[in-house]
Design a protein around this ligand. Sequence first.
Ligand code: IPE
Ligand code: IPE
Ligand code: MG
Length: 239
Amino acid sequence: MTPAAPGVTPLHVAIIMDGNGRWARRRGLPRTRGHEEGAESIAAALRVCREAGIRYLTLYAFSVENWSRPSSEVRTLMSLLARFLRAKKQVLHRHRTRLRAIGRLDDLPARVRRELDRAIAETAHYADRQLILALSYGGRAELADAARRIARRVAAGELQPDDVTEAVVAAHLYAPDVPDPDLMIRTSGELRLSNFLLWQLSYAELYFAPVLWPDFREAEFRAALADYACRRRRFGGIG
Ligand code: IPE
Ligand code: IPE
Ligand code: MG
C-alpha cells in the first residue's frame, strides 16, 4: 500500500453516490441499469483508494428516506444490493478491504442482511482499508439512536448527565472507531447533504462533482483528490 501523505491524502473519504436514475433516463434505460452501472463505479473508487493510500471509504448506498421510493424501486435496489454483496466480494478480497456497514441494518430484508453479514465476516481480517456502506442510514437517525443508548446508560446509573460530552456522543455512533471524513464528495450536481453523516462531516472539506455517479470513475475521483490537496483546513484556527 502506498502510504498516505498526511494533510494531502485524506485518511477518510465519504461519498454520496447520486445520479444513477438520471444516468439511465438520459439513455432511455430503466433506472435499474443506472444502479447497476453505479456498482462499477464502486469498484473504481476502491482501486483509487488503494492506489492513493486512503484507508476509509464510506459510501451512502441507501438512506432512511429512500424507503419512501416506490416499492418496486426499493425491491430492485435491495436485490441489487444482495447481488452486489455476493458478486463483488472478490473485489474486496482483491483490494484487501474490510467491509462494514452503518445504519438501521435491522430494517434491511433478511437476504440482504445475510449477504452483508457474510461479506463483513469474510473480510474482517483485512486491516489496511475499510469500505463502510451506509445502508438504511440517516444522520438524524444515528444521533437519535446514540441519544437513546446514552439515555439508557444514564437511567441505569452507569453515566451521569454531566458526563455526556462530545466524546461520549461520538462513542455511541454506529462506527465510533472510524475517524471523521476529511473529504465528502457528492456527485450529480446536487448541493446538499441529504442527511448524510451530520455529526462526522462537521469539518470535512466538501466537493461537489457535476457528473452522475455511474460516470464518476478513476479520473473524476483523482480530480477530487487533487482539489482536496490544495485546500487549507483551519479548524477554526488561524491558518
Ligand atoms: C443514487 O441515485 C442511488 C440511491 C439513492 C439509492 P438516484 O437513484 O438517487 O438517482 P437520481 O438522483 O434519481 O438520478
Ligand atoms: C442521497 O441521494 C442518498 C443516497 C445517495 C443513498 P438521494 O437521491 O436520495 O437524495 P435527494 O432525495 O436528492 O436529497
Ligand atoms: Mg438521487
